[in-house]
Design a protein around this ligand. Structure first.
Ligand SMILES: *[C@@H]1O[C@H](CO)[C@@H](O)[C@H](O)[C@H]1NC(C)=O
Ligand SMILES: *[C@@H]1O[C@H](CO)[C@@H](O)[C@H](O)[C@H]1NC(C)=O
Ligand SMILES: *[C@@H]1O[C@H](CO)[C@@H](O)[C@H](O)[C@H]1NC(C)=O
Ligand SMILES: *[C@@H]1O[C@H](CO)[C@@H](O)[C@H](O)[C@H]1NC(C)=O
Ligand SMILES: *[C@@H]1O[C@H](CO)[C@@H](O)[C@H](O)[C@H]1NC(C)=O
Ligand SMILES: *[C@@H]1O[C@H](CO)[C@@H](O)[C@H](O)[C@H]1NC(C)=O
Length: 441
C-alpha cells in the first residue's frame, strides 16, 4: 500500500514495510517516553545487534522542515543495540533521504551518521523528537550533508535510557545504527546494490558517540567500513569536563552528565542519591535536572556550584572509586581500540569547557600507537588534528563546520589525496579558521 510504495522508492525499504509493524496512519506523534513505538519487543534477545526492529515514516516529517529540495523523506528506524552494561538494548535513528544522490561514483552511495550534542538525561530530548524544535540549529549541518547527495542518519545515540556521556553505549548505538541503515538497503527488492561510503560526524557531546564508534568498530562491528570520521570539541575525559564547568555558564552539564551515568548504572544512581545533602533533597534542585533538555538545564544551573548538592562536595564525584571506575571505562576516549580510519580532529586552543591538553594527549597516544601498528604493518591511525587559535568551545563548532564537511566529502569521495597523513601517520597543526571569536566564559 501507500507506505510500502514510498519506502521502496526511497531506500528499498519494501521488504521492511511488509514485515515490520507500521503505526496507525493518523496516530498523533507522542514524546518517546509516552510513545509505545519506542519500546523493546518482548523478543529483543532474538534480534542480532544492528538488526531492524521497526521502521516508520518520521511522524514529524522533519525532512519537510529541512527543505524538500534537499530531502524527500525521513524515517525513524528502531534497532537492536548493546548498552553500557553489555546488555541488549535498542536505539532509534532518523534517516533522511537526499533528493540528489552522490554522483561521484556510480558504484557507491554516501551516508553520514551525524551525532548531535543533545546532552540531556531525558529520552524526550532525543533528536528523533526534538530535531525540528530544540535542535533545529543543526538543520544547516544536515542540509550541508544532504547537499552532497548523501543519506543522513541522525542517531538518538543516548538510547532509551538517555545515558548521556556513557561512551561505550553511545558508540554501539552509532555502529548498530549504521548496520540498520545499510541492512535496510540490502533487500532483494532494491534496484541497485551500491556500496555505502560511510562518514561519521560529531561535535562535543556528539563527538563522544562518534569517537567511541571509531574506537569500537574493529572489535564490535568489523564488517562496517568507515571512510572518515570528523570530530570536534572532544570532551575527554568526561571527568575533566565535569571539573572544568562547575560554577560556569555550562555548570548544568554536570547535572546532565551525572544523571546520564545514573541512568545507565543503577549503582551510580543509588550512590549519588545517598550523597545528596539534606538541603538538596528538600530543594530537589539536583533531581529536577533529570527530565530537562539541555536548553532547560543551561537555563536552570548557570554559574551554580553543583558539587554543593553533595555531602562531600567535589570529592564525592572525583574521589569515589565507584565513579572513577565508570569515568575510566565509559567516559575516557582512547582505551577501547585504535581507530583505523582517516580522522579529522578539531579543537579550539582556548576551549575552557573541554581543555585542549586532553585532546592533545589523546591524539599523541593514537599517533604513537598508530606508528607502532604501522611498523607491524597493521594499519594504524591516520589523523589530521587542527588546533584553532580562534574562539572557544562553543564558537569552534561553527568555525570548523565547513572544514568538517570538506573533509567528509574528500573521505567519502576517495579524494583525501597525497597530503593526507598516510597509514600510521599523524599531522598536528595550529590553524586560524573562522570568524566567531567568542570565548567560552
Ligand atoms: C533549497 O531551497 C532553499 C530555500 O528554500 C535555498 O536556500 C537552497 O539554496 C536550496 N538548495 C538547493 C540545493 O537547491
Ligand atoms: C534501562 O535501564 C534499566 C536500569 O538499568 C534497565 O533495567 C533497562 O533494561 C534499561 N532499558 C533499556 C531499554 O536498555
Ligand atoms: C527553529 O524553531 C524556532 C521555533 O521553535 C523557529 O523560530 C526558528 O525559525 C526555527 N529555525 C529553523 C532553522 O528552522
Ligand atoms: C520535567 O518535569 C517538569 C515538572 O513535571 C515539567 O514542568 C517539565 O516540562 C518536564 N520537562 C521535560 C523536558 O519533560
Ligand atoms: C536550589 O534551592 C535553593 C533553595 O534551597 C534556591 O535558593 C536555589 O535557587 C535553587 N536552585 C539551584 C539551581 O540550585
Ligand atoms: C601551536 O600553538 C601552541 C600554543 O597553544 C604552541 O605551544 C605550539 O608550539 C604551536 N605548534 C605549532 C606546530 O606551531
Amino acid at each position: 500500500m501507500h507506505y510500502s510504495y514510498i519506502l521502496s522508492t526511497a531506500l528499498c525499504f519494501a521488504s521492511f514495510a511488509l514485515s515490520h509493524t507500521l503505526p496507525a496512519r493518523n496516530s498523533p506523534a507522542l514524546p518517546p517516553s509516552q510513545d509505545p513505538w519506542y519500546t523493546a519487543p518482548d523478543d529483543l534477545l532474538s534480534y542480532p545487534a544492528g538488526s531492524i526492529i521497526r521502521v516508520r515514516p518520521d511522524p514529524l516529517s522533519t525532512y519537510a522542515a529541512i527543505g524538500t529540495n534537499l530531502t524527500s523523506a525521513s524515517y525513524n528506524i528502531l534497532y537492536r543495540t548493546t548498552d553500557g552494561n553489555d546488555l541488549p538494548s535498542f536505539a532509534v535513528t532518523t534517516l533522511f533521504v537526499p533528493v540528489s544522490k552522490s554522483t561521484s561514483s556510480k558504484k557507491s552511495q554516501g551516508l553520514v551518521s551525524y551525532q548531535i550534542p543533545y546532552n540531556s538525561p531525558t529520552v524526550d530530548a532525543s533528536p528523533s523528537w526534538t530535531l525540528s524544535t530544540e535542535l533545529n540549529s543543526t538543520f544547516s549541518d544536515i542540509a550541508a550533508l544532504l547537499e552532497q547527495g548523501w543519506y543522513v542518519s541522525v542517531t538518538d545515540f543516548e538510547g532509551p535510557n538517555a545515558t548521556f556521556a556513557v561512551g561505550v553505549a553511545e558508540g554501539h548505538a552509532v555502529l548498530d545504527g549504521l548496520r540498520a541503515v545499510t541492512e535496510s538497503s540490502s533487500s532483494p527488492a532494491c534496484e541497485s546494490s551500491k556500496a555505502w561510503k560511510i562518514g561519521l560526524w560529531g561535535y562535543s557531546g556528539g563527538s563522544i558517540a562518534s569517537e567511541f564508534a571509531a574506537e569500537l568498530r574493529a572489535t564490535y562491528a568489523p564488517e562496517i567500513e568507515i571512510a572518515g570520521v570528523a570530530i570536534g570539541g572532544l570532551p575527554t575525559p568526561v571527568a575533566a569536563v565535569l571539573k572544568a564547568v562547575n560554577e560556569s555558564p555550562y555548570a548544568g552539564l554536570i547535572v546532565s552528565g551525572l544523571w546520564g551515568y545514573a541512568n545507565a548504572f543503577p549503582v551510580v544512581e543509588s550512590y549519588l542519591l545517598s550523597r545528596l545533602t539534606d538541603e538538596a533533597k528538600v530543594s530537589g534542585n539536583f533531581t529536577a535536572g533529570r527530565n530537562m533538555t539541555i536548553i532547560q538545564i543551561f537555563a536552570t544551573y548557570p554559574n551554580v556550584d553543583v558539587y554543593s548538592y553533595f555531602i562531600g562536595g567535589e570529592d564525592d564525584i572525583f574521589a569515589s572509586p565507584l565513579l572513577q571506575h565508570f569515568w575510566d571505562t565509559q567516559g575516557t576516549m582512547g582505551v577501547h581500540g585504535l581507530p583505523d580510519m582517516p580522522m579529522y580532529v578539531y579543537k579550539a586552543i582556548e576551549d575552557l569547557l573541554a581543555p585542549v591538553q586532553d585532546t592533545d594527549t589523546l591524539v599523541e597516544k593514537y599517533c604513537a600507537e598508530g606508528q607502532a601498528a604501522a611498523a607491524r604493518k597493521e594499519g594504524g591511525a591516520q589523523i589530521l588534528y587542527e588546533r584553532n587559535t580562534i574562539g572557544g568551545h562553543v564558537a569552534e563548532e561553527i568555525n570548523e563546520d565547513e572544514a568538517a564537511v570538506e573533509f567528509l566529502s574528500n573521505a567519502i569521495n576517495g579524494k583525501l589525496g597525497a597530503g593526507w597523513p598516510g597509514s600510521g601517520g599523524c599531522v598536528v597543526r595550529n590553524v586560524t579558521v573562522g570568524t566567531d571569536t567568542a570565548p567560552d566564559w
